[in-house]
Design a protein around this ligand. Structure first.
Ligand code: NAD
Length: 520
């Protein structure tokens, strides 16, 4: 079949001696080649030593029955994600002034993109849907639940969000009115004071240890009641302020568990949700910018062999930035100033109008060009740590509701010191960009729980490291294992996912060389 015919109900079969299909697994052998470099600053020479490592990858073929518990289920993202899933599952259509509308998963890497896999006899390129490369969870089958400090049912919460068209809201009403977020924990010090009137759905006041037990029990019950094999907990609640990170508080797994026991006031609600998830053997993803995943929580995840990922959904402005700056710097143009202005009118904007919460967002938005700038020492002087000016402004304007405005100005020095100014104006429903990322985060995380690997010096297959840096494409301030490089450039992040999945599927990676068309 050429690319036009290949849909998600196709399967792939790879004719390669390095791949073995068993009833339970897809097993592949992959030779990882990389260059080891020795830089000799005295001789001014780079010695390059190509190295090869053999990896065996094993992917479990059966997708697990999975549930996702959203913290902040009644928020704009929570309701949009949930409503869209129901609408897609039920293949809902609705009318608006432009005519009939069909449900879709646009904006989701796993559901709405393809991978070029090769070419056919006539030289035509063949693309397969992303979700056919390896067995993946279907979003329509996900069981959704979660917590919110506000008691509104999901129908009322969806109305409050003002994201979906009216007729779609009405079609979703009967399903969503029955969905009610579990009571949550609210420590007023961590989110903006302007959120207080929302907090009417709280678990009984207790110690942090009791709160932790309560959340663990909620997860166990959700898993049991829905007959799930796996639960993923994902934070899409309000942005919290940063917590302190220090010895004795949260630097080790023991620290953080002791701090909870001692009811330490620097333990945030999101710290508790992350610990509860990890202790229940569930992956935990942080969709907001705060520093939930402190070293002690990474340690706890490592000890419990559970995945964590974060921070902060990368939906609009930052995604654009990580493409544009990569393009400019790769083109040899010296970006000197990046000014990003936003205004938005949803509850996220309201929460971010408070200084400490804005600061969390500012930090998560600020490092996104570091790797691209750092990679070009011809433009940016390494000795002085030269980098562009970078300012982020966020304003709360209730009238625009979820329709966020982002205005960015990029100024670059170009050939012979001319200036190039690019201005971008972007208007978009915030939650319609963020919700498909939740789909992908959950699907890729579930997939990663089924992939193990083995190198020649290992006796047994092991899971990947607990910090899922493979999710970087979807996250604004990607978390990586301590001491390993952070990649922000969007297409590198994309290739990281497609190449790792290709290796696990036994498919040669797309090098873009297209030698078959350049040679005889
Ligand atoms: P929202 O304010 O509409 O939803 C957050 C929900 O969390 C609210 O319903 C609130 O009641 C609830 N909440 C607050 N504290 C809670 C707690 N301790 N336990 C349970 N529930 C709690 O916000 P949103 O637009 O859905 O965004 C959610 C988060 O995602 C924000 O932190 C935002 O910064 C982040 N984010 C959003 C986008 C985007 O929408 N495009 C992009 C990147 C990051």
């Amino acid at each position: 079949a050429d690319h036009q015919g290949v849909t998600s109900d196709y399967t792939i079969a790879v004719d390669n001696p390095n791949i073995k299909y068993t009833n339970d697994y897809i097993e592949t052998k992959y030779i990882y080649e990389m260059n080891h470099c020795d830089v000799d600053n005295i001789q001014k020479k780079v010695n390059i030593i190509p190295r090869k490592y053999e990896y065996l990858f094993r992917t479990k073929r059966t997708v697990q029955r999975t549930g996702v518990m959203l913290v902040g289920w009644g928020g704009n993202n929570g309701t949009t994600f949930t409503g869209a899933q129901i609408a897609n599952r039920e293949q809902m259509t609705w009318m608006r002034k432009e005519g009939i509308q069909y449900s879709n998963y646009y904006g989701s890497l796993t559901q709405s993109t393809t991978i070029r896999i090769g070419s056919n006899d006539t030289g035509k390129e063949v693309h397969i849907p992303f979700n056919t490369i390896l067995p993946m969870l279907t979003p329509n089958e996900l069981v959704i639940g979660g917590w919110d400090i506000n008691s509104s049912n999901l129908y009322e919460a969806m109305q409050r969000a003002c994201v979906f068209d009216y007729e779609l809201q009405e079609k979703l009403k009967s399903a969503m009115i029955k969905m009610k977020p579990l009571p949550s924990i609210y420590y007023p010090d961590f989110i903006a004071a302007n959120q207080e009137d929302r907090a009417n759905n709280l678990i009984p006041m207790g110690t942090k240890q009791q709160d932790l037990e309560h959340l663990r029990n909620d997860i166990r019950k959700f898993k049991h009641d829905n007959n799930l094999q796996q639960v993923i907990v994902l934070w899409t609640a309000n942005t919290e302020r940063f917590t302190d990170v220090k010895d004795g508080l949260n630097m080790t797994a023991d620290d953080i568990l002791k701090s909870i026991e001692n009811n330490n006031e620097e333990v945030s609600p999101s710290n508790l949700f992350a610990c509860a998830a990890i202790l229940e053997g569930c992956s935990y993803i942080n969709g907001s910018p705060q520093n939930t995943l402190v070293p002690g929580i990474i340690d706890l995840a490592q000890k419990n062999q559970v995945f964590i990922g974060g921070d902060d959904f990368k939906s609009g402005q930052t995604k654009m930035k990580s493409v544009l700056v990569d393009f400019l710097v790769s083109a040899g143009l010296k970006v000197q100033s990046i000014v990003s202005y936003n205004h938005l009118g949803n509850n996220d904007g309201k929460n971010l109008s408070s200084a400490k919460q804005f600061r969390s967002k500012e930090i998560s938005k600020s490092n996104v060009v570091d790797d691209m700038v750092g990679a070009n020492h011809l433009l940016y002087d390494k000795k002085t740590n030269e980098h562009p000016d970078h300012v982020v402004v966020i304003k709360y304007v209730p009238f625009v509701k979820d329709s966020k405005r982002a205005m960015d100005e990029y100024i670059s020095t170009i050939f012979m010191n001319g200036l190039n100014t690019i201005a971008i104006h972007n208007t978009c429903e915030d939650s319609l960009l963020a919700s498909p990322l939740i789909v992908d985060l959950v699907i890729l995380t579930e997939l990663m729980t089924r992939i193990t690997y083995k190198t020649s010096d290992m006796n047994d297959y092991q899971p990947f490291e607990p910090v899922l840096s493979i999710l970087s494409y979807l996250l604004k301030a990607p978390m990586v294992m301590p001491g390993t490089p952070v990649i922000n450039a969007l297409f590198k992040q994309h290739r990281c996912i497609t190449n790792i999945l290709s290796a696990c599927a036994g498919i040669s990676m797309d090098t873009d060389m297209l030698l078959e068309h350049k040679t005889k």
